[in-house]
Design a protein around this ligand. Structure first.
Ligand SMILES: [Zn+2]
Length: 177
């Protein structure tokens, strides 16, 4: 288990466009993915993109089950780790949905963000197999949030400049401690 340090906004490494991953995966990349999962569960969070631990590769991990109401009710700590490599959206719905978002790189900050409500995604798994699937609801939102990280984009970019500046100031102050 290797928990990595999560970069905090406004770290410039969070603003870089990440590079595509080559297959077959190297041992180094496999280790990065394992560390990303460890870091996400430790945080705790429901998603983490490689740039958030300073790795500029197109990889994200999510688990939209383990902290859900359903999992809490079941009380069995169920987990559903998913690994997304070189993801690309093939389609996004015109219909939008607004969810309150937060981010491990912008701690203790939550805001409503409006995004396409449904998406069709193509991605590769750790074996290099290509998948295509339709997503909606919370998972569609979580995936758009995570893959924004691969473009150097954060959820606060969807807020007004005034709000974003306030958040950036708050994060800078936090850094000093
Ligand atoms: Zn995030």
């Amino acid at each position: 288990m290797a928990v990595r340090e999560i970069l905090i906004h406004p770290d410039p490494r969070l603003r870089k466009k990440a590079a595509a991953v080559e297959f077959p995966l190297s041992d180094e990349v496999k280790q990065i993915i394992q560390d990303m999962a460890d870091t996400m569960y430790d945080a705790p969070g429901v998603g983490l993109a490689a740039p958030q631990i300073g790795v500029s590769l197109r990889i994200a991990v999510t688990d939209t089950v383990w902290r859900s109401e359903e999992a809490e009710k079941a009380g069995d700590g169920r987990r559903a780790l998913k690994v997304w490599i070189n993801p690309e959206f093939l389609w996004k719905s015109e219909e939008t949905a607004t969810w309150e978002e937060g981010c491990l790189s912008v701690p203790e900050t939550y805001a409503d963000v409006t995004r396409p409500a449904a998406v069709r995604l193509r991605w590769r798994d750790m074996e290099g197999v290509t998948h295509e699937q339709h997503f909606e609801g919370f998972e569609a939102v979580a995936l758009q949030h995570e893959f924004d990280h691969l473009e150097g984009k954060l959820f606060i970019d969807y807020l007004s400049p005034l709000k974003r500046n306030l958040i950036t100031k708050k994060m800078k102050k936090r850094h000093k401690h």
